[in-house]
Design a protein around this ligand. Structure first.
Ligand code: SME
Length: 152
């Protein structure tokens, strides 16, 4: 079993005994941040009243607690409903800096009942840190969260 598969198993097990969705998002952000060395900031943005609002996260606090759809990498994913992988944030025009140390970023949307619900956002201090393997891993996490949305 590779590390991603192991973490997915832990998250799946946790869903059996979690009380609220917020608890699960907190658990996931901490678990990924603490176990994957290049995941330096892990958080969720949730769409409410047309804007992205910062949800549970692990890593340094960010000033970007509210983001407009279309703005930055997070807003781009919310607008296109597609994952966004940025290998070098210094080359990205539509980028909102959370930390001067961040070098690359991945955002994976959580689409629920055909609509954008929220997203998983990961920043890395390493350049070109993320690959399709991370995308697949985060999409599987998104699927687990969606199952819980059904019960909330
Ligand atoms: N860099 C993001 C903003 C969120 S922070 O990474 C936490 C963006 O460009 O949308």
């Amino acid at each position: 079993m590779n590390e991603f598969e192991g973490l997915l198993k832990i998250i799946e097990k946790k869903t059996e005994k979690i009380d609220t969705l917020d608890d699960l998002l907190n658990f996931i952000s901490q678990l990924l941040h603490d176990n994957i060395p290049y995941y330096d900031w892990v958080g969720f943005y949730i769409l409410k009243e047309g804007k992205l609002h910062l949800g549970p996260f692990s890593g340094k606090p960010t000033e970007h607690v509210e983001i407009n759809v279309g703005e930055g990498i997070c807003g781009t994913s919310a607008k296109t409903l597609k994952p966004v992988l940025v290998s070098d944030v210094t080359k990205e025009d539509n980028y909102l800096a959370c930390s001067v140390e961040t070098r690359s970023e991945i955002v994976v949307p959580i689409i629920y009942n055909g609509k954008f619900w929220g997203e998983i956002d990961i920043d890395s201090d390493r350049i070109n840190a993320f690959s399709e393997k991370d995308r697949l891993f985060l999409e599987k996490i998104s699927d687990i969260i969606k199952k819980l949305l059904n019960h909330n």
